[in-house]
Design a protein around this ligand. Sequence first.
Ligand SMILES: NC(=O)c1ccc[n+]([C@@H]2O[C@H](COP(=O)([O-])OP(=O)(O)OC[C@H]3O[C@@H](n4cnc5c(N)ncnc54)[C@H](OP(=O)(O)O)[C@@H]3O)[C@@H](O)[C@H]2O)c1
Length: 354
Amino acid sequence: MTCTLLMRSSRRICIETIRRYLPASSKMIYSAAGRNLDTASAPQSHCGTKYSDRTLTSYRTYHQQSSVAVETRPQVWLITGCSSGFGRRLVTSALARGDRVIATARTVEDIKIPSSPNLNVLQLDVTAGFEVIKARLDQAAKIWGQIDVLVNNAGAGYLGMLEEGRSDLLEKQFKVNVMGTLDVTSAALPHLRASKSATVVILGSRSAYTTERAGLGFYSASKAAVHSLGETLSVELAPFAIKVLIVAPGAFKTEGIYRQSFFTANSIPAYDELRNIAMKRFSAVPGTQKGDPDKAMETVVDVVKGEGKAKGRPWPLYLALGDDADEGIRQKSTKLLRHVDEWGDVIKGVNFDP
Ligand SMILES: NC(=O)c1ccc[n+]([C@@H]2O[C@H](COP(=O)([O-])OP(=O)(O)OC[C@H]3O[C@@H](n4cnc5c(N)ncnc54)[C@H](OP(=O)(O)O)[C@@H]3O)[C@@H](O)[C@H]2O)c1
């Protein structure tokens, strides 16, 4: 199988990496970009702290990219929340590229994917707590001796007015979408570090940007939180050449994300009108989403593998998916830029007097 291995590296590390991962018979084709890898420049420090030579080399590994087409072994994916939606489709897409997949779900019987020698299933509730998750992931890593791509896909959406849902609903929401993501990632990282060619994918959402919508506060806060975690992880994992991809889909026609009913257990009459408008708006969405989840997950696999639509492109920290995601990001960015433009003198006028 020929695939494109994204190499971001000095020539020395590049060759070491290729030696480590490729059988002796592998074909290796250097691109024009690949020949200049020794001239790589990397930041010398982070937040005032000087990097060691080893870290600098790893930084080059992360931040430089050549298109070295190689014959390589299949990657091993571990994907959470594979009983439906994006997760299920991602399993199918990764298998179709010849990769191996450990598909996880709260109930393994719910994973309805045709069996394959490249597919293993594992029970995993992302809210089970770090120790339980770690034991599961250690078990998963033994299946094929590695984990190369972790996809934090499992998620839920709790809708409700903030004052009515309070921190109880926020905690419930964060337990799945945020704590779950961090626990699974933390448990996977020792295995991903051993892979030396690893990727962490986080299913965020354009809701991280379109936060000014009544009823969406719990969900959008959880997605903004995982976007933020992903951004920091990208820096903390750069020394290990582990890539991070924050996927921000708009509205896609999956099976279960609107499964939870709008929270009404603690209704405050003052919100009746706004709550009703919000409930009506959200209940009209399922079935009308323009996004095709099959196409979306094919694109994620393209990016992770540097194939198809992603071939020859630099690694993106973000992958927005859908016209509505594009629009949401533009609106948010424009609004923030307008603020710093219009209020610049105030914003910059609060330092101590010289
Ligand atoms: N569809 C969209 O429009 C959209 C847009 C932006 C972002 N996203 C994100 O994409 C991801 C997948 O959503 P989807 O649209 O594919 O929805 P989905 O069809 O409801 O799939 C969600 C998956 O997460 C699983 N899950 C929920 N809680 C879990 C837990 N505690 N432990 C393990 N698995 C759990 C569900 O499993 P069970 O069957 O066991 O509940 C299900 O397999 C989510 O993170 C979602 O926020 C979706």
